[in-house]
Design a protein around this ligand. Structure first.
Ligand code: CTP
Length: 440
C-alpha cells in the first residue's frame, strides 16, 4: 500500500464505523486515504472524524463549488489507485450496477477508471434477494472485486451472511489488488490510464500460437456444477470439476477474445485474462449469464442442476422422529434453452454440452433439437471412462449438418480446437451475411 492513493467511499450502514479503523490502518501502511461519505453514511460517522483521521477534507457533496474548482469529482476518482466502497450497501451496489450517478459517491465511482473493491454489508435477506444477486452478477462482469460479506450476528439481531468483512480482510484484499495492478501495468506507463477492470486484466495474446482469431469477439462460457441449497449447510450438487469449461474460457482468451466465465463452485483458479463470475445456484448462473450478454459465442459447459428444493430451510434440518424429510423439488431455468430461443440478442453461435451415459451421439442430437443450440458437444461420461474430474475428453461435435468425432484429447486441446472452429464459424457466417447484403 505504500505510496498508493485510496479513495474510500463510505456507504450508509452501521458497519461504517469500521471505516475509521480502516483509514488509520491504511495510513499506517503508507497509503494516502481520501474519503467520500454518502448522505446516509453521515448518520453513522461524521465527516469531522473522517477528516481528522485521514488528514484530508471529507467529501460529501456533488455540487460543492469550492471542491469542484479545487479538485472536482473526476480528479477525485482519477487520482486514486484503488476505489474502495465500504460498507457497500444494497442501494449503493444497485446504483453501481445500473450506472446511476445521483450523488458524489456514485458519481466518482462511475467516473473512475481504477479497480473497485466493494465490501458489501446488509441484512442477509437483502443479500440473498434476487435483485441484489442480479446486481452482484452484473458488477462482477464489470470487473468489480468483492471482499466479504461474512456470516455472523447482525445489528438487527438476526444471524446470517451480510456482515461487512473485517478491516484486516479489506486491507489484504486491497493490497492484493494494488499488487496485481502494479504487475499488470507496463513499466513505462505512468499516471492515470483507462484499463480493463476484469480479473487478470486483458486477454493475453501469445504470439505465434494464438492467431487472434477471436480478437474483438465476446465469448461467454458457463462451467462447473451448481449447488442448490436445502438448508444452511446442505445442498444438492454434482461431480462436475469445471475443467472443460475453464479450458474453453482460457482458450478463447488465448485467441484474443474478451471472455466472461460464469462458474459454479470448483477448485480451479480463475483463468488469466478472463472475467470470472462466481455463482452457486442455477438461478444465480442464469442471472449472471443474462447480465453478461450480448456475446458473439456462448458455450454452455456447466452441469446445471435440473432441480432445486421448493423451499430452503432457514435452520439446519434436524433428524426427527418422523423419519427422513420429504424433499419437494421444482425445476430450474434451462439457461441454454432460454438463451438459444431468444430472438433479438441471441448469440450468433450457441454451443451446448451433452454429458451422457449412453449413446452420446444419439442423445446429443436429440438435445441439439430440443435446446435449439447450433452445436452440441457430446461425450460419454460413464464412470469407467474417467471423464468427470479427469484431464482428457473424447467428444462428438454435433452440428445441424453432421457429426465430427474427435479422438481422445486433453481438455485443453479440445478447448482450443473447439474455439478455433467457433472462430471460423462466426467469421464465415459474418462474411456470408455481408455478401448477401452486398448482393441485395
Ligand atoms: N443446461 C443449462 N441449464 C439447465 C440444464 C442444462 O444451461 N438448467 C445446459 C448445460 O450447460 C448443457 C446442456 O444444457 O450445455 C445439456 O445439459 P444436460 O444436463 O445434459 O441436459 P438436460 O437438459 O439437463 O437433460 P438430461 O439431464 O435429462 O440429460
Amino acid at each position: 500500500m505504500h505510496g498508493k492513493s485510496i479513495l474510500l467511499i463510505i456507504g450508509g450502514g452501521i458497519a461504517a464505523y469500521k471505516c475509521l479503523d480502516f483509514i488509520r490502518r491504511a495510513r499506517e501502511r503508507g497509503a494516502k486515504v481520501r474519503c467520500v461519505l454518502t448522505r446516509a453514511a453521515q448518520e453513522f460517522v461524521t465527516p469531522l472524524s473522517v477528516a481528522v483521521l485521514s488528514e484530508e477534507p471529507a467529501f460529501t457533496e456533488l455540487f460543492d463549488l469550492k471542491n469542484e474548482t479545487e479538485i472536482g469529482h473526476i480528479r477525485l476518482s482519477r487520482e486514486a489507485d484503488l476505489i474502495i466502497v465500504a460498507p457497500a450497501t444494497a442501494n449503493l451496489l444497485a446504483k453501481m450496477a445500473h450506472g446511476i450517478a445521483d450523488d458524489l459517491a456514485s458519481t466518482v465511482i462511475l467516473a473512475g477508471d481504477k479497480p473497485v473493491l466493494a465490501a458489501p454489508a446488509m441484512n442477509w435477506r437483502m443479500w440473498t434477494h434476487p435483485a441484489t444477486r442480479r446486481n452482484l452478477a452484473q458488477l462482477a462482469v464489470d470487473g468489480v472485486r468483492f471482499v466479504g460479506p461474512n456470516e455472523g450476528g447482525m445489528a438487527c439481531g438476526e444471524w446470517g451472511v451480510g456482515r461487512m468483512a473485517e478491516v484486516d480482510e479489506i486491507i489484504s484484499a486491497a493490497s492484493a489488488i494494488l499488487r496485481e495492478d502494479a504487475a499488470a501495468r507496463p513499466a513505462h506507463q505512468s499516471g492515470p490510464t483507462l484499463r480493463s477492470k476484469c480479473t487478470g486484466d486483458t486477454a493475453p495474446q501469445d504470439g505465434a500460437s494464438s492467431s487472434g482469431a477471436l480478437t474483438g469477439r465476446h465469448v461467454l462460457v458457463t462451467a462447473g456444477p451448481t449447488y442448490e441449497p436445502l438448508d444452511p449447510v446442505r445442498f444438492i450438487g454434482n461431480r462436475s470439476s469445471g475443467k472443460q469449461g475453464y479450458a474453453i474460457a482460457a482458450a478463447a482468451a488465448r485467441l484474443g477474445a474478451r471472455v466472461t466465465l460464469v462458474a459454479g463452485p470448483t477448485a480451479l483458479p480463475d483463468p488469466k485474462g478472463v472475467a470470472t463470475v462466481h455463482v452457486e445456484t442455477a438461478r444465480d448462473m442464469f442471472d449472471a449469464v443474462d447480465a453478461a450478454l450480448p456475446a458473439d459465442i456462448a458455450v454452455f459447459a456447466a452441469a446445471v442442476a435440473d432441480w432445486r428444493a421448493a423451499a430452503v430451510e432457514a435452520e439446519k434440518i434436524k433428524k426427527g422422529e418422523d423419519g427422513p424429510p420429504q424433499l419437494r423439488l421444482v425445476e430450474n431455468p434451462d439457461i441454454l434453452k432460454t438463451v438459444a430461443s431468444r430472438g433479438a440478442g441471441r448469440p450468433p453461435l450457441v454451443i451446448g454440452f451433452a454429458a451422457e451415459t449412453g449413446n452420446a451421439v444419439a442423445l446429443g442430437s436429440k438435445k441439439l433439437a430440443s435446446k435449439g443450440a447450433d452445436w452440441i458437444v457430446a461425450n460419454d461420461v460413464s464412470p469407467e471412462r474417467g471423464i468427470f474430474g479427469g484431464d482428457h475428453n473424447e467428444v462428438h461435435v454435433i452440428r445441424r449438418d453432421g457429426v465430427e468425432s474427435w479422438p481422445s484429447l486433453s481438455k485443453d486441446d479440445v478447448a482450443l480446437r473447439l474455439m478455433r472452429a467457433a472462430a471460423e464459424h462466426v467469421s464465415t457466417s459474418q462474411r456470408n451475411a455481408s455478401q448477401r447484403e452486398g448482393n441485395l
